[in-house]
Design a protein around this ligand. Structure first.
Ligand code: HEC
Length: 152
């Protein structure tokens, strides 16, 4: 009996943690990103590129991970082409968000729209380290150009 209760409490605690993490990223996305990138992450021609199905490749490399944290920190200017569509708008900076908030919203984008199962590396410490490096919206655009398979 005792064992069963402990297991149940553990399961509840784990469920509670998972449930907490998701709404945080979802709520941040709904507040700060949805107007341009849309609820389904598909973006809109002439406004913002899709985030859905477009970012998973970056989660697998050091430079890509750096880029994913950098975009919301610095914002980005300069045209990019995604799935053959050219986007010339500006991505605003969300540097006012905390490191934890940046981590949560990008993790949400990866997990919800790009099928990235685990984004454990994407935490407040990682974002803090990228933030310390500084950089301009133009630098971030150049970083995108250096990433593997960035032509898509
Ligand atoms: C005002 C509209 C707008 C808002 C709000 C916005 N974005 Fe963007 N986002 C853009 C545009 C435009 C680009 C492309 C910028 C460029 O061409 O240099 C972009 C690019 C990106 C990229 C890079 C995509 C790629 O293919 O490399 C990511 C990642 C991203 N945004 C995430 C976010 C997140 C996360 C939020 C919310 C915290 C957000 N954006 C809010 C307009 C927006």
């Amino acid at each position: 009996m005792k064992h069963g209760l402990a297991a149940m409490l553990l399961a509840l605690a784990a469920g509670g943690l998972a449930a907490q993490e998701k709404p945080a990223g979802a709520a941040l996305y709904a507040t700060h990103c949805v107007a341009c990138h849309q609820a389904d992450g598909q973006g809109a021609p002439g406004i913002a590129p899709p985030l859905a199905g477009n970012l998973a490749r970056h989660a697998g490399s050091g430079g890509g991970r750096d880029y994913l944290a950098r975009v919301p920190l610095t914002g980005m200017v300069g045209a990019i082409t995604v799935n053959g569509v050219r986007y010339t708008g500006n991505m605003p900076s969300f540097a006012a968000l905390s490191d934890g908030e940046i981590a949560a919203v990008v993790a949400y984008v990866l997990q919800e729209f790009n099928g990235t199962a685990s984004a454990d590396w994407l935490n407040a410490e990682f974002v803090a380290q990228v933030r310390k490096q500084g950089g301009t919206p133009n630098d971030t655009h150049r970083a995108r150009g250096r990433l593997a398979a960035a032509g898509s």
